[in-house]
Design a protein around this ligand. Sequence first.
Ligand code: SF4
Length: 385
Amino acid sequence: MAEIDDVLARAADGGRIEAAEAELLYLEAPFHPLAEAADAARRRVIGDNIVTYLIDRNINYTNVCVTACKFCAFYRAPKHEEGWSHSLDEVLRRCGEAVELGATQVMLQGGHHPEYGVDYYEELFSAVKRDYPDLVIHSIGPSEIAHMAKVSGVEIDEAIGRIKAAGLDSIAGAGAEMLPERPRRALAPLKESGERWLEIMETAHGHGLESTATMMMGTGETAHERIEHLRMIRDVQDRTGGFRSFIPWTYQPENNHLKGRTQATAMEYLRLLAVARLFFHNVTHLQSSWLTTGKAAGQLSLHLGVDDLGSIMLEENVISSAGARNSSRLSELIELIRTADRVPAQRNTVYERIAVHWRPEDDPTDDRVRSHVSTIVKELQISPK
Ligand code: SF4
């Protein structure tokens, strides 16, 4: 216990802990001291009790993919009758809808289409920027970059330079799944290795393209492999500082080849979040996924080091009736944050707070909260009730 107490105290103060110490906390630290240390670390890094969210739209441009990851219910092999690709005009139309509904960011993601090289993405990103210059393109991941470079026969460095010049603002952490070799091979044998995924991220950071880092838990990986995933990301962060946030979520088995595998429990997820907050002394933001783990776990996560609840995603299949659905989801999220004793705020892609839902009764004596009133620069277009 003395060792656990020492590690918790050091990490809560912003000190660096080793992977073996993180694994010890993950497996053996009593829950309440672990949560207290993670919350102290959050408060030290973030400075107040604001919890942020983002309004964005996920636009899938194709479901055709040659990589056939075993956990993926989305993709269809080339020539499959259910394969589809959206035209550029259709992608632009969806971007326009997103802007109308108050989105500040689009996440363009798709399968590894056998014909989509760097030129396809240059055309896509430059068209979005031409029509919607203020819309942030936070999109694709190292897997798509590796694929487009291969299709075009160019180096990763050239591919990244060209898509950045075309308008890509930052890179999504997509495709990380599990980075250690054994679980990654089991999940996605045709995907690039975890080391390669990180190399591409490092190259992107070198081009000034920041990114997020993600993790998909619950497909049969061990506790040791979960912590190893964190270590691999932190090693790159030590060199680049390019990861803005860490975003773990739990695998949801449905309609794919891994159906039936054990998911991570809510408690495993919450403990991982707390350990991530303590281990990532050099990653500012930590996001939890309330949509996959449920509202109760989402609220609890805000007391385990989490400062961001991710996006109010304007979903593809509800966009035509988006007004009511998204307004009610936003109200729900704001209420969820408030009733967890935190102050909600909309952010943009780079975590600037663009609308703080502050009320004097939140904590009128807290100058750090009060000062953020001045950051309210616009009203939300999707108003909470
Ligand atoms: S690369 Fe992406 S779209 Fe293709 S199978 Fe894997 S997860 Fe699905």
